[in-house]
Design a protein around this ligand. Structure first.
Ligand code: SF4
Length: 694
């Protein structure tokens, strides 16, 4: 599949897989990509890459790509290829018809963390200006929305605090619910290098991930907690820090609200939050929790890295707040080597959130109900804006099933495969009268679409991505769009057909508009990005070249805010029918639902999702290594192969979600985070039994 030969020219661009944001030289011969070479001046990767970024670009030229727009009047009809003009005209007329019949708020759309900042900005602009409502959400809803909420209320900014370089000055690494070696491999390598140099490691994870024990690395503490008990563990660590006098009082007095701190300290000091009290339901020894807390508080620079194992819970936002509390109490914020660092799964999760893809926020995290903010956007966009927040993704499916939500535009996201409770999602999609899908492939969601608009791969785009360290980086077009149009051009055509005019000539003009309307992007433009290579927001008059480390000398919100974090068990209970807890994760060679990586040679290394089962649970059920097992939950059933492994504890099973055959989300529930509706993917009560195969 890959064309090895002599390159004629190269283009520097950014990987479109994970939130590390590695830059590459795409080496070309004519219009053919010869190879991807990690770019030595890339500030996020410094010349390194993983197998996905380096080798898994074959999907861009895969035969499955759809290159012509298609329409159909019903999902039971065959697709008909049409011109872009016809497809756009059909979609626009359907959206208008639906709004006339069911009301202005009966349509909406979903932006993608796979797409550029400019594309997501344009989709939310189309929905707010063209549809006239705020029914816009992003797939970040289902991954890091609790990060946005938790860090915003405590620190004042919906983003991680450090740059990746900061890890080089870290003395204690606390990883919670993340698997950086598989999920964020290039940063995972930097982290392991620091650990090999002597930094201490604490891992809070139900599963023994690779980083817990690997050559020359042995975690000081692995806390293999029962899925769903993050809040109890982190609050128990806070209990130890407060009751053993390990608080950095000088930092807290100078930088945080002292009254709120005292209330919090009294709360966590209660005996019911002690490691001994929570041991029985977290499954983690009190001694280990005490040791981990002491090490984090006294071991020097302590840095927290966390992932979806924190956010994808009914208490995802509470855990983010608990983590933020822990860092403030120990003074581990606002300098090199410390901080709170969400590891973003997709390439542009940070950017899609920054760009106003949430139903309550305009770009720059400003609430839609704020009159002054709305007025600024109305003046530049030339349209009145709805001040009512719109529907979140799960509410869109609910409203579709109820019959009040009838039309949807989905860009770059396979919601049927990636969202929880597949039965409910498919019922919602089936109830829509107009579903427009813009994507590279006829994905699972497209089975319910009426209009299919071919999308571009990252190799065919100009624009920017923002990585997990707030770094805005250019992606540059290395070949012409195979389908004829860039994604932003298609959105612009749809907006014009809806009667909300747009007339951009190049994505740089969209960035100029973003910068004019978004204080944290003030001064960002393509010339600056070309000169500096990248810029970490906030970028403004005070910091014209960006801000690698946040909250130096003071929190963005003023005083850091301590908040109480009461552990509330999830409603997803085990019992005699479903006695095991399923949790999920990723592997190195695959990426999310696999739409890209399954269409590359990476699939050779991992061709199916498997279920890790502890030997004790396997023996009880007569399951041997390699057997197929049926996996049942209250939501549904699927079948997959078992791998017997002591990486998981008794009572816990684990799988990945890269393959549509498995459809892991058939079994996941519709419980979600109390603050953001981020689905609780990481805790599902299940039963397993021997099976003959899928
Ligand atoms: Fe791409 Fe992430 Fe791998 Fe870097 S670590 S090459 S951004 S998948």
């Amino acid at each position: 599949m890959y064309n090895i030969g002599t390159p004629e020219h190269s283009v520097v661009t950014t990987c479109a897989y994970c939130g590390v944001g590695c830059t590459f030289k795409a080496e070309m011969r004519g219009d053919e990509l010869v190879r991807m070479v990690p770019y030595k001046d890339g500030k996020a990767n410094r010349g390194h890459s993983c197998v996905k970024g380096r080798f898994a670009y074959g999907y861009a030229v895969h035969q499955d790509r759809i290159l012509k727009p298609m329409i159909r009047s019903s999902i039971h009809e065959p697709w008909k290829e049409v011109s872009y003009e016809e497809a756009i005209a059909y979609a626009a007329s359907e959206f208008k018809r639906i709004q006339e019949k069911y009301g202005k708020r009966s349509v909406g759309g979903i932006t993608s963390s796979r797409c550029t900042n400019e594309e997501t900005y344009l989709v939310q602009k189309l929905i707010r200006g063209g549809f006239g409502n705020n029914n816009v959400d992003t797939c970040a809803r289902v991954c890091h929305s609790p990060t946005g909420y938790g860090l915003s209320v405590t620190y004042g900014t919906s983003a991680g605090t450090q740059d990746f370089d900061s890890v080089e000055e870290t003395d204690v690494v606390l990883i919670i619910g993340a698997n950086p070696t598989d999920g964020h491999p290039v940063f995972g390598s930097r982290l392991k290098k620091r650990l090999r140099q002597g930094a201490k490691l604490i891992v809070v994870d139900p599963r023994r991930t690779d980083v817990v024990r690997s050559p020359h690395i042995e975690a000081a503490y692995h806390l293999p907690l029962r899925p769903g008990t993050n809040v109890a563990i982190v609050t128990a660590m806070a209990h130890v820090i407060v009751t053993e006098g390990l608080v950095n009082e000088q930092f807290v007095r100078e930088r945080c609200d002292w009254d709120e701190f005292q209330e919090w300290a009294a709360f966590v000091a209660e005996e019911r939050h002690s490691p001994e009290a929570v041991e029985k339901y977290t499954g983690v020894s009190a001694e280990a929790v005490r040791g981990a807390a002491r090490l984090y508080a006294t071991g020097g620079n302590g840095a927290i890295y966390y992932g979806l194992g924190v956010t994808e819970h009914s208490q995802g936002s509470t855990t983010v707040i608990a983590i933020a509390n822990l860092a403030m109490a120990t003074g581990n914020i606002g300098r090199n080597g410390v901080g709170v660092n969400p590891l973003r799964g997709q390439n542009n999760v940070q950017g899609s959130c920054d760009m106003g893809s949430f139903p309550h926020e305009l770009p720059g995290y400003r609430h839609i109900s704020d009159d002054a903010t709305r007025a600024a956007f109305e003046a530049l966009w030339g349209v009145g804006l709805d001040e009512e927040p719109g529907l979140r993704i799960p509410n869109m499916f609910d409203a579709a099933v109820e019959g009040t939500y009838k039309g949807m535009y989905v860009q770059g996201e396979d919601i049927l495969q990636s969202d929880p409770d597949t039965k409910h999602v498919s019922a919602g999609l089936a109830a829509l009268e107009c579903l427009v899908v813009q994507d590279l492939f006829l994905n699972e969601t497209a089975n319910y679409a009426h209009v299919f608009l071919p999308g571009c791969s990252f190799l065919e785009k100009d624009g920017t991505f923002t990585n997990a360290e707030r770094r805005i980086q250019r992606i540059r077009k290395v070949m012409a769009p195979k389908n004829g149009y860039a994604d932003w051009e298609v959105t612009q055509m749809l907006s014009n057909a809806l009667g909300f005019p747009m007339n951009y000539q190049h994505p740089s003009e969209i960035m100029d508009e973003i910068a004019a309307l978004t204080p944290s992007f003030a001064g960002v433009n393509y010339k600056l990005l070309d000169e500096l290579g990248s810029v970490q927001w906030p970028c403004n008059e005070k910091a014209p070249e960006g801000t690698p480390i946040m909250h130096i000398g003071g929190f963005v919100r003023g005083k850091g805010k301590f908040m109480l974090t009461e552990y509330v068990p999830t409603d997803e209970k085990t019992g005699p029918r479903f006695p095991l807890l399923l949790t999920t994760g990723r592997i190195l060679s695959q990426y999310n639902v696999g739409a890209q990586t399954r269409r590359t040679e990476n699939s050779v290394w991992h061709s199916e999702d498997v279920l890790e089962v502890h030997p004790h649970d396997a023996e009880l059920r007569g399951i041997r290594d390699g057997d197929f097992v049926k996996l049942d939950s209250r939501a549904g059933s699927t079948s997959l192969r078992a791998v017997i492994s002591d990486r998981v504890s008794p009572g816990v099973v684990y799988t990945t979600f890269h393959h549509p055959v498995t459809q892991a989300n058939v079994v996941t529930t519709d419980y979600s985070d109390w603050a953001t509706n981020c689905p609780e993917y990481k805790v599902t009560a299940v039963q397993i039994s021997p099976s003959n195969g899928p």
